[in-house]
Design a protein around this ligand. Sequence first.
Ligand code: HPA
Length: 235
Amino acid sequence: MTPHIGASKGDIAETVLMPGDPLRAKWAAETFLDTPRLVNEVRGMLGYTGTYQGHPVTIHGSGMGMASLSIYANELIRDYGAKTLIRIGSCGAMQAHVKIRDVIIAMSATSLNTPSMGLFREVNFAPTADFSLLRTAVNAAEAMGTAPHVGGIYSSDVFYDERPDLTEQMTRHGILAVEMEAAELYTVAARFGARALAVLTVSDHLQTGEALPSSERQSSFGDMVQIALKAAFPS
Ligand code: HPA
């Protein structure tokens, strides 16, 4: 047990999928894993462990934002021995060629701030995806008939952003989309020698104001779960 995870030591698999929403963790585990069982419900942050094609997998919520994700990523890696962590979540597109429902695989995650910033002091650390996972995720997405965008994303601390100038600079520098967790996931994984990746679906578009209808959120989320599982366990 840790302060935020009630699971026993062997209850967490080495491979962990992390949606922001704990109820998505429940749905994904019940839909895609064999013999899923609840391993955490502290603060309602649900985690389930089951198997995918015989491989143990945990699907655990991260909560929203880097401060929340950081707590779970730290405890999953340091206390439970997680070695591969894949965020599955939504993002807001920042480029005209990126459309609603598109899949983005995040090669790097720029940020204004992360919970790790204090540690780095004057250094601008570059949070980067694990290349082997990135490659298997791209292959898996393509095999499923999806042409993912692969590139940089922006991990923001604020959903209700009051700095349109920053959005403008991100767009100008080719950043594909904004979300709120990946930079810290990549940083914590790097610190402790784990592999990390973020697979995202575009749920809204910052330039057009379009949004994914709620009726479609479940199926696009399901596609990401499948990409993440196939990336973790390429056949
Ligand atoms: N901003 C931050 N996070 C997000 C967004 C957004 O517009 N859309 C989905 N996650």
